[in-house]
Design a protein around this ligand. Structure first.
Ligand SMILES: Nc1ncnc2c1ncn2[C@@H]1O[C@H](COP(=O)(O)OP(=O)(O)OP(=O)(O)O)[C@@H](O)[C@H]1O
Length: 269
């Protein structure tokens, strides 16, 4: 059965060389401002030695799970996705993955700028663990979806950034994974292409057994996810989706109330 199980998974980014010098300044600022952003800074002999980006993540994902990772900047969402996708090794803990994983972010990874669009399709396919015949079968669909026409035969370095994203999205979305990891909802290209992307993403989100999305968009997370993980300073907490929606609605109402009060005070003055 398709699944991901993470047990006490932590990720520490060590600070070395000049990082440590800059880290000293950062620590002083952090203390002064009392900010709660980012993973905990690990100190050794009062010197910053690393950042605890992910702190003992426990997760069990099964088919049908739609998991939303939510939290402020630096809370560990991207790190969690990258460690689950095998991009970062865990510093501690254990991850067991059953199924083909597609991390639909860092799409530039593994792209050869000198190679043509077609050659990059093959390169990416190999990186995804597909056989050459499987890749060849997907080529027409990828080329057609990208609408790159004759540019598919030119080196990728000649593409505009939008053209490159068209190619990379067309490739990434053609490989049908068992487990899909997304860092924010994908949207790329010009207006017409964005509509195509949205339609394709809807199908993929429907058909993929396990999907994990990190996002700041609490409304979308509320309406889509059946499991919600709130990240805070590297620490993950499972939230009840109904309680999450109510909490977000209350926060919005409070923000609205504050704004209305400000507006009234301005009108009265
Ligand atoms: N390559 C890196 N080297 C050192 N520290 C890193 C690195 N990547 C992330 N961090 C640190 O790890 C912590 C978690 O970062 P991460 O990118 O996972 O957060 P995030 O929740 O995805 O943030 P955002 O919403 O801003 O994208 C932060 O404190 C960040 O400073």
């Amino acid at each position: 059965m398709v699944s991901i199980v993470a047990q006490n998974v932590s990720v520490v980014f060590p600070m070395v060389g000049s990082d440590v010098r800059h880290g000293m300044k950062l620590k002083k600022q952090t203390e002064r401002r009392g900010t709660q952003l980012g993973g905990k800074i690990i100190l050794e002999d009062n010197r910053p030695a690393g950042i605890l980006a992910l702190d003992r993540l426990n997760l069990v994902a099964k088919p049908g799970d739609r998991i939303g990772l939510f939290g402020p900047n630096g809370s560990g969402k991207s790190t969690a996705l990258r460690v689950l996708g095998g991009i970062y090794p865990p510093t501690a803990g254990h991850i067991e993955v059953n199924g083909k994983v597609s991390a639909m972010f860092s799409l530039n990874l593994g792209v050869n700028q000198e190679a043509t669009g077609l050659e990059n399709i093959e390169l990416k396919g190999i990186l995804h663990g597909l056989r050459r015949e499987e890749i060849r079968e997907l080529v027409p669909e990828i080329v057609d979806f990208s609408e790159l026409g004759d540019y598919i035969h030119l080196p990728v370095k000649t593409y505009s950034s939008g053209m490159k994203m068209r190619l990379l999205f067309s490739i990434a979305s053609a490989f049908r994974p068992d487990i899909l990891l997304l860092d924010e909802w994908v949207s790329t290209g010009d207006k017409r292409f964005r509509r195509k992307v949205a339609q394709r993403m809807e199908t993929i989100l429907d058909q993929t057994p396990i999907v994990i999305v990190a996002s700041h968009d609490h409304r979308r997370i509320s309406s889509w996810a059946n499991k919600i993980i709130q990240m805070k300073r590297g620490h993950a907490q499972m939230l009840d989706p109904v309680a999450f929606s109510e909490w977000q609605a209350w926060k919005e109402w409070k923000r609205g109330k504050k704004n209305r009060k400000k507006k009234k005070a301005l009108q009265d003055s």
